[in-house]
Design a protein around this ligand. Sequence first.
Ligand SMILES: C[S@@+](CC[C@H](N)C(=O)[O-])C[C@H]1O[C@@H](n2cnc3c(N)ncnc32)[C@H](O)[C@@H]1O
Length: 207
Amino acid sequence: MKLSQRLFTIASLVKKGAVVADIGADHGLLSIYLVENKIAKKVFAVENKKGPFSRLEKNTKEYPRITTSLSDGISEIPDDVDTVIIAGMGGILVSDILLKNEEKLKNVRYIIVDAHRDLCLVRQTLENLGYDFEKEILVKEGVFYNVMSVKRGQSKLTPTDLEFGYHINKDPLFNEYRETLLEQYQRNYNCNNSIELAHKIERLKHL
Ligand SMILES: C[S@@+](CC[C@H](N)C(=O)[O-])C[C@H]1O[C@@H](n2cnc3c(N)ncnc32)[C@H](O)[C@@H]1O
């Protein structure tokens, strides 16, 4: 099975032998890839909507190492899950999912997030929950995606890491990403002359 570059990048961050919860598993492609390629020992694939859940059940029924669950976020993940993946959602929703059932993270050593907005909020939430950044990887598939991976531990995020991404200026796609962000910020700045945005543009130019 061939995954999109975004999902492949997420899969490449999962440790071998992990017990994974794939939150918002939808089509189940990532869950299937993880067990087919013997990366994950087992996957708990979660959907909170009936339509996507039926499709998930249908697509994964031949994979005994995938358990499906019609439930909300991480509310019902089993105690042996050590890796949570939340991909393809807005950052506010990702943060809510993690914060709403924080106690469920007690055995979770790794979290991998691909949020599509409000990335600073996601980084802040992960840090506040007691996770340390391992990697943030840029993926370009038409638009840019930031795939973040964190592990249990004391975070060392700088204000620049929080705002633009963990060690983001070391990423091979950084220059292109910066140009795209600058264009967006500049367009917004032209419509609303906020001082905050002007400062952001300056900080980004000097990264
Ligand atoms: C855009 S899809 C992303 C699918 C896949 N994770 C990916 O990255 O390609 C987002 C999925 O998350 C599901 N979802 C949204 N909120 C959820 C929640 N609180 N709990 C479980 N699933 C949720 C949606 O039903 C949808 O199928």
